[in-house]
Design a protein around this ligand. Sequence first.
Ligand SMILES: Nc1nc2c(ncn2[C@@H]2O[C@H](COP(=O)(O)OP(=O)(O)OP(=O)(O)O)[C@@H](O)[C@H]2O)c(=O)[nH]1
Length: 301
Amino acid sequence: MGSKYGTIVMGPAGAGKTTFCSALIRHLRNNKRSCFYVNLDPAAEEFVYEPDLDIRDLISLEDVMEELHLGPNGGLIYCFEFLLENMDFLTEPLDDVTEEYLIIIDMPGQIELYTHVPIIPSLVKTLGRGSLNISMCAAYLLESTFIVDRAKFFAGTLSAMSAMLMMELPHVNILSKMDLVKGQVARKELKKFIEPDISLLQDAPESGLVYEYKDGVDNEDPRNADNVMSGDSFAKLNRAVGNLIDEFSLVSFLKLDAEDEDSIGTVLSYIDDATQFHEAQEPREPGDDLLMDADADADMG
Ligand SMILES: Nc1nc2c(ncn2[C@@H]2O[C@H](COP(=O)(O)OP(=O)(O)OP(=O)(O)O)[C@@H](O)[C@H]2O)c(=O)[nH]1
């Protein structure tokens, strides 16, 4: 177990990452806990709480785009490659952070940074290794308004899973901006998204299916369709994706409303569990293990 604790806050653009970081910092301060806030978004603009460490002091996306004539995504990848070559910028200040701090790392919204290229996974490995040895957990935010469109919601769930696979970290999934769907969706309906219920995907209307036939062919025969997928294949694909999510039963979401202290507190307690911060604070009494074994035996019996 590491003697430093941290969370890396990820998720698609606009999911509410920076707002969540601010809410988390506010909550930690209210509860007399310390935190060390790291901004790794080289295109970030404004912060409620000034970062303790900011990638923009090393490199700015604007400069990279201007000087190297790169677009925003290529520029971002360049910034992270530059950071990886200059890891002292990150590791030296973090070396001095002590165990009572929660290190909060605010990431950019381009999900390809964690799902397509191994840049962030290798950065995370560096932080978790060696003298730093930070016990990390990923906090992955998905916007709750996605649930109005099931396909979009499940695509978002897949991106969360993809990040889980790439990062190989304890992972907390969060549905952000819950205030925007509160009162709009019945509690029972919402539950099917919190613990993704794949029947939602199977029941999805097969809208969007297009059959296009070439001229002069038998239009009754789907094999002559010039494109896309038949209704059957589409339903089959949905089923396969649904089963994949279902078998990966680790995917469930915590509800977050950045203005609601209780929801922040709940998310924080999951982060503390995932980083094993809780465990380090509450050392077990000798004999606890025996008690647990006895309980387990009783349950088995
Ligand atoms: N209603 C509501 N709005 C929120 C909440 N959290 C964030 N927002 C809004 O969502 C927008 C995006 O929030 P950010 O925190 O900037 O999102 P981000 O994920 O950091 O964005 P990028 O860094 O650009 O990827 C802002 O207008 C926020 O005010 C929330 O809990 N409720």
